[in-house]
Every structure is written in C-alpha cells, then in structure tokens.
Write a protein that binds this ligand. Structure first.
Ligand code: ADP
Length: 602
C-alpha cells in the first residue's frame, strides 16, 4: 500500500508539514522566550540604569535612603513600588524582594517571606551577595534561557547598611504563552495534515491517475494489445510522456506488423521452397524443417535427429566447429534421387546449432547425363557414315582395277552416307532451333484434311512399292486448325513414314482423324513390328531406336520422333504411342483447334 505513488505523495506531504510546523514552532517558542527575557532585563535596566548601578540616578537615591539608620527598608520598598509599573511587577508572576545584603535574609517584598523562601537560590543572587561581601557592588543580571525563571539582584549599599533588591519573574506568562502557541501549532499542524491529504488527492488526480493510466496501457501493450491511444490531458511532463508513449506504441505496432509480415513471407517461402531446409539445435534435435526436406528424404523427419539424418555424412561436432561462412557439402542418394547436402553452423544462443540445406539435383544430373549421351550419340552417328565414306573413298583411291558397277555402287554408298549426315545435321539444327525457341512457328489457319491428304499423297508411292494398304478414315467435316502447316506436315510425314518403314511389306496402315472437344486427334496405326512397351516412351528421346541396325538401314536418324514431339508440344498438343496388346503400333497426336493466343481475337 505504501509503495503506491499516491501513498508516497501523502507521506511526503505529511512529513513536510510536520517537520515544517515543528521547526516553525520551536523557532517561535524559543524566540518568544528570548523576547520576554530581553524585555525583562530592558525594563529592569530602564529603571535601575545599566549594569553599572553607580551611574543610575534611581540607584543613587536608593543608596542614599539605604544609609538611613531607621526605616530604610520601608523607604526602599516605597520607592520600588513607585516604579512597579515600569518594572512590570505584578503579584502573580513578577515580584520584588528586599533582602539583607550580607545574609540574604528576607526583609520586605511584594510577597510573603514564605513565598520567597520557596524560591531557588539563583546565581544572580549569589553574585550580588558575594559582591557585597567583597566590598564591591556587582549586579547579578545574567540571563539563562534554560532556567525556568528570570531574575536580577541589585546590591544597594548605604552607610553600614547593605541590601539586595531582588526581582524575580517565574516566567509563567512566557510558559502560558508558549503553551498557547504550542496548542495553535498543533491545531495548525492538524489542519495542515488535513489539507495535505486533500491536496494529495488533488495532486493524484492530476499526476497519479495519468501515470496509472499510462502504466495500465503499457501493461496492455506488453501483452500485445495495442488498443486505442491513451488520452493526453495536459501539456506538462506527464502529457509529453503520454504523447511520446502513444507515438512509441504506434511505431512499435507498425514495426511488429512489418516484422510479422516479413515473417509470414519467410514462412510461406520456407514452406513452399523447393529446397529442403532443416535446422538443428546444439544437441542434434530438430528445431525447424520444411515439407520439402521431408519429401526429399522420404520420411517425416521431425521424428529423427541429426545423427539419424546426416550423422553418416558429417558428425554434428564437425559442422558446429566450422567458422562462418565456411560450410560442408556432400551428396546423398535417397530412393533413386540425388540430393546435394550443405551443412553450415548457426549461432543459436550459447550452444550453437547447424543448418542443413538439401537440393535435389536429380533432374540436373539427368540432364547432364542426357547431354553427355547426346554428344556421344551425335559423335557416334556422324562417325559411322564418315568411317564408311572414308573406307569407300580409300578403296576407290587404292584399288586400280575396280569394275565400273562396283565403283558406282561405292560412290552411291558415299552419296547415301553424306545424305544421311546431311539429314542428321539438318535434324540436329531443327532440334536445336526448337530447343532454343528460335524456330518461329508460322501460325496460319489451314485445313487439317488438306495437310493429311498431302502427306498421304507424298508417301503413297512408297507404300505401294512396299505393298502396304493405306487407309484413311476421317470424321467429316474436319475443322480448320491453327498451326505451322509445314512443321505439322513434317510430324505427320515422320509418323506415317515410320509406319511404312517398320511394317513388313504388305501391311495395313491406317490414318484416322476426328474432333474431340477443343482438339483434333490423329491416329496412325500399322500392323508392323510394334514397339515393346518398355521402349514406348523412350523412342521420343534423341537418337533412341529400338532396333538400331534396322533403323539405320532404313535411313532413320533416331531424331524424327524427338523433333515431332517438340513441334507438337510447341503447338500445345501431345504425341504418344498408344498402349495396346498385339502386333503393330498406334501413334496418337492431339492438337488444339485454336491456339491460346488467338482466343481473344475472334
Ligand atoms: P528413326 O529415324 O530411327 O525412325 P524416329 O525417332 O522416327 O527415328 O523413331 C525412333 C524409333 O522408334 C525407331 O528407330 C523405331 O525403332 C521406333 N519406331 C518408330 N515408329 C515405329 C513404328 N511405327 N513401328 C515400330 N517401331 C517404330
């Protein structure tokens, strides 16, 4: 309770008032006593002269009277009573006594002897008596504020007689005045205390209540509730503090919102990033991980720790011992996928920790492998005809008497082989153009039926030569489609050509087409040698051939279907080998009737 600001304020005010009143009271009471003492001695001095009584006229006349043989005491008494007003004598508090100068015995006075005898023998009285005994006349007029009285003893000697006129004030007037004053001070103190309590309430209204409100708000802000701003009721320091606090809370709220925003962005990024991220505490337990990490490692990794996940690659201590920005990297193979692993130390409080980043490089490696394989294939495909050309050319050069027919057949082979190389190079160029996106498609609206008929007419002769039956079954009417006619004819030519090539003589080749939804479909079927199911997807790979020798024999480069797929996909279509049992092959092509970019045009 006494710790509250309000109570402290009350206590401070009470202490202040009490100490102030005590000091003022003590000061006043001391000064009043001093005033009365000074007043007393001034009055005495006014009547008897200063401390040297030899100078005073009144004292001299007292001395003259004291020298009388008879009635000296009475005369002195009369003379002093005549001065009673100036001396401030009154029977109750201030009295005079005429004493025997040598014995100090009571001779006369404003009070009885009995009353005198009750008075203490004071230092002033003794001074006067001693001075008479010593033959001098020393007035005892030393004041003592601590004593409970005021007195003065004036030795009066005349002839043989010696008297002491002793004036004694019991200071009752001062005491009663002081008690009155004390009472007033106590009353003032009580009123002061009451006022201070009231004042403290008033002050608390202007000082403590705003501070309490501010404290309450600060507590709410600390708990995350930024609520409305605290009202500013004044322009003093508390008002400035409140305004500053409101500003600070607003800035804090904005900063927190920005931090929260950034955090949620980071969370989203962390959640959806393709790389796996796992952070570990110093003891190897998992702190955070993203779904990609679990996906890549093929298990819910939150159930494991560092040693179980990467302990075999690098011990955690080794990772944590690294100096930033150094890191360790390695490779993991999980369920046929190749993962690159990066491990770096992370300062995490006192113990530190580690961070693991997993990067799936399977596709990249596959691409690398494919690229290497492709280069090897290209070299191989070009080397074979080149070897043949060189072989036959050398034979022609070295042999003297080759029959004419043989020479011609050698030259035919050389020409065929160079044609083949030209084909390969042309096909590679087409592929490279399609790959790099440099091959611009000349999109036009054209009749699919016309295109198919033109392809069939081109291969008809070859089909007849091989004794194939070429059947066409088109759903009528076939629509106009948008595409690069030449390239699509190149696709059809390749597919129909393959059907003719890979079907033993006298086969049946059918070309069907129709409309399905927004697409047209084309199916080229034959009853030839067929493609084993495990090769059906791979034949679209570059240079892939089921039967290399046969393909080469028939002039194939192994690039036709790769080019066909690239062209069809550039038209947003699809090409695949249909899964079916039995002999023969069915190639299916699906093409959109309209290309996406023209949707808004018509
Ligand atoms: P190629 O120039 O060798 O014909 P393609 O890319 O056109 O190259 O075809 C790839 C491989 O697919 C061919 O070598 C062949 O083994 C196989 N193939 C393609 N079409 C057929 C088909 N109709 N029947 C059987 N095999 C086929």
């Amino acid at each position: 309770m006494f710790r509250s600001l309000h109570m402290k304020l009350v206590m401070i005010l009470l202490l202040l008032i009490t100490s102030l009143m005590t000091i003022v009271g003590a000061f006043m009471m001391t000064n009043i006593t001093r005033f009365f003492i000074d007043e007393f001695y001034q009055q005495v001095e006014g009547v008897f002269g200063n401390s040297d009584p030899t100078n005073g006229a009144f004292v001299n006349s007292l001395r003259q009277e004291a020298g009388q043989e008879e009635g000296a005491v009475q005369t002195l008494q009369r003379m002093i009573e005549a001065q009673a007003g100036d001396l401030g004598l009154n029977s109750s508090t201030r009295n005079y006594y005429i004493l025997d100068g040598r014995t100090g015995a009571f001779l006369a006075g404003s009070e009885s002897q009995a009353a005198f005898e009750e008075l203490p023998v004071t230092a002033n009285l003794l001074t006067a008596r001693n001075s008479i005994a010593g033959g001098t006349s020393q007035v005892g007029d030393q004041s003592d504020i601590t004593a409970g009285y005021m007195d003065v003893a004036i030795p009066i000697t005349g002839g043989d007689n010696a008297f002491i006129i002793y004036i004694y004030d019991n200071r009752d007037t001062v005491s009663s005045l002081n008690s009155q004053l004390f009472l007033i001070i106590v009353q003032a103190l009580l009123v002061g205390l009451l006022i201070s309590v009231l004042l403290s309430f008033l002050l608390s209204k202007t000082m403590v209540i705003p501070i309490e409100r501010l404290t309450e708000r600060a507590e709410r802000v600390a708990a995350g509730d930024f609520g409305g701003a605290t009202a500013v009721g004044s322009t003093d320091e508390i008002g400035v503090l409140t305004t500053t606090f409101n500003d600070m809370a607003a800035v804090l709220q904005d900063t927190l919102a920005a931090v929260e925003n950034e955090r949620s962005k980071l969370d989203t990024l962390f959640l959806h990033m393709t790389d796996g991220v796992v952070s570990f505490a110093g003891d190897g337990s998992i702190l955070t991980s993203n779904p990609a990490a679990s996906r890549m490692l093929g298990r819910e990794i939150s159930f494991y720790d560092y040693d179980a996940l990467f302990g075999q690659q690098f011990p955690l201590r080794q990772v944590m011992g690294l100096q930033r920005p150094n890191f360790l990297s390695g490779e993991l193979s999980v369920r046929g996928r190749i993962l690159e692993l990066y491990l770096a130390p992370v300062p995490d409080g006192g113990s530190g920790g580690a961070m693991a980043v997993l990067h799936d490089v399977t596709a990249q490696r596959k691409n690398d492998d494919m690229r290497k394989e492709f280069v090897a294939n290209v070299s191989h495909e070009l080397r074979t005809p080149l070897t043949n050309v060189r072989g036959y050319a050398e034979t022609l050069r070295d042999s003297q008497d080759i029959p004419r027919e043989m020479e011609e057949s050698f030259l035919d082979i050389i020409i065929n082989e160079t044609d083949r190389m030209t084909h390969i190079v042309q096909d590679l160029l087409s592929l490279s153009r399609l790959d790099s996106g440099r091959a611009d498609l000349k999109m036009v609206r054209f009749s699919l039926l016309d295109a198919m008929e033109s392809v069939c007419r081109a291969v008809e002769l070859e089909a007849q030569r091989r004794g194939h039956t070429l059947e066409r079954r088109y759903a009528s009417p076939l629509p106009l489609i948008t595409g690069d006619r030449n390239r699509l004819e190149q696709v059809l030519m390749n597919v129909v050509g393959n059907a003719i090539k890979y079907t033993p003589d006298g086969g049946i080749i059918s070309v069907d087409a129709g409309v399905r939804g927004p697409n047209v479909w084309i199916e080229v079927s034959d009853n030839g040698i067929g493609i084993p199911s495990q090769d059906r997807e791979r034949i679209f790979d570059r240079f892939y051939r089921v039967d290399k020798a046969r393909s080469r024999e028939s002039g194939g480069t192994g690039l036709g279907l790769s080019i066909a797929r690239e062209i069809v996909e550039r038209h947003h279509g699809a090409i695949a080998i249909a899964d079916h049992d039995g002999p023969g092959t069915t190639v299916r092509i699906l093409l959109p009737i309209r290309q996406k970019q023209e949707a808004g045009n018509e």
